[in-house]
Ligand binder design. Structure first.
Ligand code: ARG
Ligand code: ZN
Length: 466
């Protein structure tokens, strides 16, 4: 069912300035024409998220963090490819001070404009050309506040930092093309004082100690959206092993959460095995969990290969974040309004796991939710376009899962599970949209599903028939 993995949303009116910003961005002729990369990828919920004119192939991030002073020194080397000639382009960076910036080794003019770091290279990369941007920066990073009132990004804790970037927070700790449409490989080299551990995505390649500091080198080989990167730091107990199917597990657990976390983390290999049987082969070579104590965050996040938990998770939260590795991480969003493709799927995975492990049937979960009165928060926004301020509200999770259950009922188990597996396979390490998902379900089932998706994703209020 639904879990309090996020703090109760604080309502804000931030949606209005965002909508206005969208209009302004769209109306700026300087962005529509000419060899200038746009300030956003055109996402209506986050108009300034990501940038136009290039994709990033690889991020090489070198960070040094002092949990006592909360000071971060960073260097980011982005290897990018221009999609057109670029006399000017943007990166996303919130706060922090830029102390140096080069493009292909030549110092480049740059200025800050809100979250946009506007770069004018000495020589414009041509269409299709690769270029390399090096940014050195420093400061005391902190989170951004999302339109739903939650904190997102670099969140300092009593022993380090809880780092979770969905939807916007990547730019609080590195200059990024901050939208899931752009997926890249990553190297992280993170130096922290001895006794602290820095945990990022993928595989730990190296760890060395010198002069009272330890440096951790992590590599994420498979493509990753910036929002799923982490560099969580704290005092952690570390556990490493390889599963029978060859997945390299690395768990980092705050000792204060260790007793509660242990029995749940023990199940990770079997949960990944279960997911692989149902959704297709696990998409990554690495896995694990970061169990922190981060009350300011108040939620867990499916950071790629290695979810971060703000406290010891229960089993269904572990199942939820594990299911995201297929749905949300490997298959990423193209637009934030399709967020149900992440949260509805991960929630439905919880129902499936329960159903297949002696718990309630998915139908029972559906019925219980459908019984809630029409004025319940469950029906407050349509999950197919909830608005930026309601991105992680109950309808996205619960009504999103109900949408999948309704689909399953309409097409039958055989077709339904084939749709899930085909979705994960066809968009593996890529992106997807709700329309593509509906068309796939129609193709596999041979049924017209427009009305079903319209009713469950877009109808305002409670649908008349389950
Ligand atoms: N995707 C996360 C989860 O499954 C929630 C992230 C919430 N982020 C936020 N900024 N409120 O459940
Ligand atoms: Zn989720």
């Amino acid at each position: 069912m639904t879990h309090p993995r996020r703090r109760p949303a604080l309502r804000t009116t931030a949606a209005l300035p965002f909508a206005l910003a969208a209009l302004l961005t769209g109306a700026d002729p300087a962005l529509a024409a000419g060899p200038v990369g746009a300030s956003g990828v055109g996402d209506p919920y986050f108009p300034l998220a990501g940038n136009g004119g290039y994709y990033v192939d690889h991020y090489d991030l070198t960070l040094r963090y002092d949990p006592t002073s909360r000071h971060l020194d960073g260097r980011a080397v982005l290897t990018a490819r221009a999609t057109r000639r670029l006399t000017r382009f943007d990166l996303d960076l919130h706060g922090l001070k830029v102390t140096g910036l080069t493009v292909d080794r030549a110092p480049a003019a740059h200025r800050r404009d809100g979250q946009e770091l506007v770069v004018t290279p000495r020589r414009a990369p041509g269409a299709g050309e690769r270029f390399r941007v090096t940014v050195t920066y420093s400061g005391e990073p902190g989170p951004v506040t999302d339109p739903d009132g939650s904190l997102d990004g670099w969140i300092p804790t009593d022993d380090g930092a809880f780092v979770a970037g969905e939807p916007q927070g990547a730019m609080t700790w590195f200059p990024a093309n901050n939208h899931p449409k752009d997926k890249s490989s990553y190297d992280f080299t993170i130096t922290v004082p001895d006794g602290r551990t820095a945990v990022a995505n993928g595989v730990l390649l190296d760890r060395r100690t010198a002069h009272g500091r330890t440096t951790f080198h992590w590599r994420q080989t498979e493509p990753m959206a910036a929002c799923l990167a982490t560099a969580t730091i704290g005092k952690f107990q570390v556990e490493q092993y390889t599963t029978r199917s060859g997945i390299r597990v690395h768990n980092a657990v705050d000792p204060r959460e260790a007793t509660a976390a242990a029995p749940v983390l023990k199940k990770l290999p079997s949960v990944l095995e279960w997911g692989s049987g149902l959704f297709g082969r696990y998409p990554y070579r690495a896995a694990g969990a970061i169990v922190d104590r981060a009350p300011r965050a108040g939620y867990a996040l499916e950071t790629q290969t290695r979810p971060v938990y703000d406290h010891a998770p229960d089993l269904s939260t572990l199942v939820h974040e594990s299911a995201h590795q297929w749905f949300g991480d490997s298959v990423s969003l193209t637009s934030w309004k399709d967020i149900w493709l992440n949260e509805g799927f991960a929630t439905y995975a919880e129902w499936l796991y329960a159903e297949q492990h002696g718990g309630a049937r998915a139908q029972t979960a559906f019925d219980a939710l459908y019984a809630t009165p029409a004025d319940d928060a469950l029906w407050a926004v349509p999950p197919g376009d909830p608005g930026g301020a309601h991105l992680f509200d109950t309808p996205v999770y619960a009504r999103g899962a109900m949408t999948l259950h309704t689909l399953r009922t309409a097409v039958g188990d055989r077709a339904f599970f084939r749709v899930l597996r085909t979705w994960a396979a066809e968009h593996r390490h890529g992106n997807g949209t709700t329309d593509q998902f509906r068309r796939l379900a129609e193709r596999v089932s041979g049924k017209g599903l427009d009305a079903l998706f319209r009713t469950w994703l877009h109808l305002r209020g409670k649908p008349d028939t389950p």
